[in-house]
Design a protein around this ligand. Structure first.
Ligand SMILES: Cc1cc2nc3c(=O)[nH]c(=O)nc-3n(C[C@H](O)[C@H](O)[C@H](O)COP(=O)(O)OP(=O)(O)OC[C@H]3O[C@@H](n4cnc5c(N)ncnc54)[C@H](O)[C@@H]3O)c2cc1C
Length: 514
């Protein structure tokens, strides 16, 4: 089969790219997705998100044992199916701090001024106008305030103020340096609103858009330095103009390496014939870590008894505990207590679960390291597309990361001890670790991913970047990467917003060259 464009991966960015390119009826587009449709009823129900992990909608990956995490390997869910990770994520819409965009070293196409407006272009804010009117209102992606937040989430925002961190009153789209707020969500009327909902379904009737599911791409076909199509298990799809790889921060470098694009020595060691020497592929992996503290809830929570009444309430008017995305409120702060963009985040979850996912009578306060210095890499294990790549995020290998983490934990403790939370909380489930050594050990033994990998096909003007500022793979004609993997540094926010905005920008760059 022949198309003008073949887009690999129907995730946060890939759905945007395929929908935007197929707006021109004279252009044919194939969107090729390894996973299946997103028709599991749990996809729509915010509280059911964890139920999706380990299902067919999840690649269910894991890191290598991490020396910085006491030798533990960390589970890495990644979306697999229409919508990609936006179909299984926690729906938090947190664009973070726009100053980040000026650090990307990718030239005039991507700074705060040039790229910042793409976040608003994506958004359809469903709440009251926020004070700073920081969200867009006529984009395809519905962004809603929490529909029926747990009362403890507002109390958390007050507790942050008591600890010295006031509310963010301009709106979370406004690059706040610090402060606390309820989390804006990618939901429409209490249901998840993925990029498959926002971009793909409205384009479904276009005769020039072909969506193939359960079709894992095994390699990019390269001929005389040009990408001419992609290889599936049972044939080849030809791309007359371009192949666009939107397979995510793990899938995209994996696919490039399977196609012979990467570090020649490492490729050869994995049994792949090197075609294009691009040593940066897979390097520069950058991710957020979180460490959670469980606080005992006085008198239980509405998440401990999720009987048929709670489910009926959700089915009737989309309120109650089933409408919760769990991560209902956030706060941003700096480890040094000074002014300027934040490097730590707190996440408030009005529920708590044990290691097996059973509900506890508790609340969870997470501390996120927003600007980690540690970096890792992704490598091929072998030439079989079914073998997951080796994921080594290098968590906490830079000692400065643990120091920043400890500041965050100390602030979290102040918040947990705030007077306003006294009626709701009954102390930590396990005592707060005492001195820095105990605290450090606790972090190493308990930190987990926040699911935000980026950087593995880094964009930039420098020759050692994987893609140039127009997102073209260096050294190959007709091949781009458009997804979270091109983002050079993990943002001071959450990466779904960035992946969607990169999708919009990438599609526009492609259209400009038609
Ligand atoms: C559990 C979880 C919770 C998260 N929570 C949040 C949150 O609340 N807020 C937030 O901002 N971010 C969150 N994130 C992160 C955010 O969802 C991702 O950063 C974002 O979705 C990445 O978009 P992407 O387009 O780069 O990749 P993805 O959305 O992962 O899309 C990649 C797609 O490519 C497909 N694919 C991969 N390889 C191939 C291949 N060889 N052939 C064909 N198809 C292929 C995959 O199946 C997938 O559909 C979360 C992520 C996870 C996993």
């Amino acid at each position: 089969m022949d198309f003008d464009y073949v887009v690999v991966g129907a995730g946060s960015a890939g759905c945007v790219v395929a929908a935007r390119l197929s707006e021109d009826p004279g252009t044919t587009v194939a969107l090729v997705e390894a996973g299946g449709p997103d028709d599991d009823p749990n996809v729509r129900v915010p509280l059911a998100t964890p139920e999706l992990f380990g299902t067919d909608l999840d690649w269910n990956l894991a890191t290598t044992p991490q020396p910085g995490l006491a030798g533990r390997s960390v589970t890495w869910p990644r979306g697999r199916g229409l919508g990609g990770s936006s179909t299984i994520n926690f729906q938090m819409w947190v664009p973070g701090h726009a100053d980040d965009l000026d650090t990307w070293a990718a030239g005039p196409l991507w700074g705060k001024e040039a790229f910042g407006p793409y976040f608003r272009r994506v958004e359809r804010w469903a709440g009251e106008p926020d004070a700073g009117r920081t969200h867009g209102v006529d984009g395809p992606l519905w962004i809603s305030p929490p529909r029926d937040p747990d009362p403890s989430s507002a109390a958390f925002v007050e507790a942050c103020a008591e600890a010295g961190l006031g509310p963010i009153d301009g709106g979370l789209g406004g690059s706040p340096d610090s402060g606390a707020a309820l989390t804006p969500l990618t939901q429409r009327e209490g249901r998840r609103w993925s990029t498959a909902d926002a971009y793909l379904r409205p384009a479904a009737d276009r005769p020039n858009l072909t969506v193939l599911t359960n079709a894992q791409v095994h390699g990019v076909v390269l001929r005389d330095g040009r990408a001419t199509g992609v290889r599936l298990a049972d044939g080849v799809l030809t791309a007359r103009r371009e192949v666009v790889v939107s397979a995510g921060a793990i899938g995209s470098p994996h696919l490039l390496m399977l196609s012979g694009i990467g570090d020649p020595d490492r490729l050869a060691a994995a049994g792949v014939e090197p075609e294009v020497a691009l040593p940066g592929v897979g390097q520069g992996l950058h991710d957020h870590l979180v460490v959670d503290f469980v606080l005992r809830a006085k008198g239980g929570t509405r998440f401990t008894d999720l009987g048929p009444d709670a489910r009926r309430q959700y089915d009737t008017d989309r309120t109650g505990p089933f409408s919760s995305n769990l991560a209902e409120a956030v706060a941003f702060l700096r480890a040094d207590g000074g002014d300027g963009p934040p490097d730590l985040e707190l996440i408030w979850v009005p529920a708590a679960f044990d290691a097996d996912g059973a509900p506890l009578a508790g609340r969870t306060l997470g501390v996120v390291l927003l600007q980690p210095r540690s970096r890792g890499r992704i490598d091929l294990v072998d030439a079989n597309p079914a073998t997951p790549p080796r994921i080594d995020p290098g968590y906490l290998t830079d000692p400065r990361d643990l120091t920043a983490f400890l500041e965050g934990v100390r602030f979290a403790r102040k918040v947990a001890d705030a007077r306003v939370l006294e009626p709701l909380l009954d102390g930590p489930l396990t005592p707060w670790p005492g001195d820095d050594e105990a605290l450090g050990a606790f972090v190493r033994e308990h930190a987990e991913t926040v699911f935000h990998p980026v950087g593995t096909c880094r964009m930039g003007t420098a020759e050692d970047s994987v893609v140039d500022p127009r997102l073209r793979v260096r050294g190959v004609a007709g091949l781009r990467v458009v997804d979270a993997s091109v983002i050079p540094h993990v943002p001071r926010g959450h990466t779904h917003a960035h992946a969607v905005a990169v999708g919009e920008r990438g599609a526009e760059l492609i259209k400009e060259e038609q």
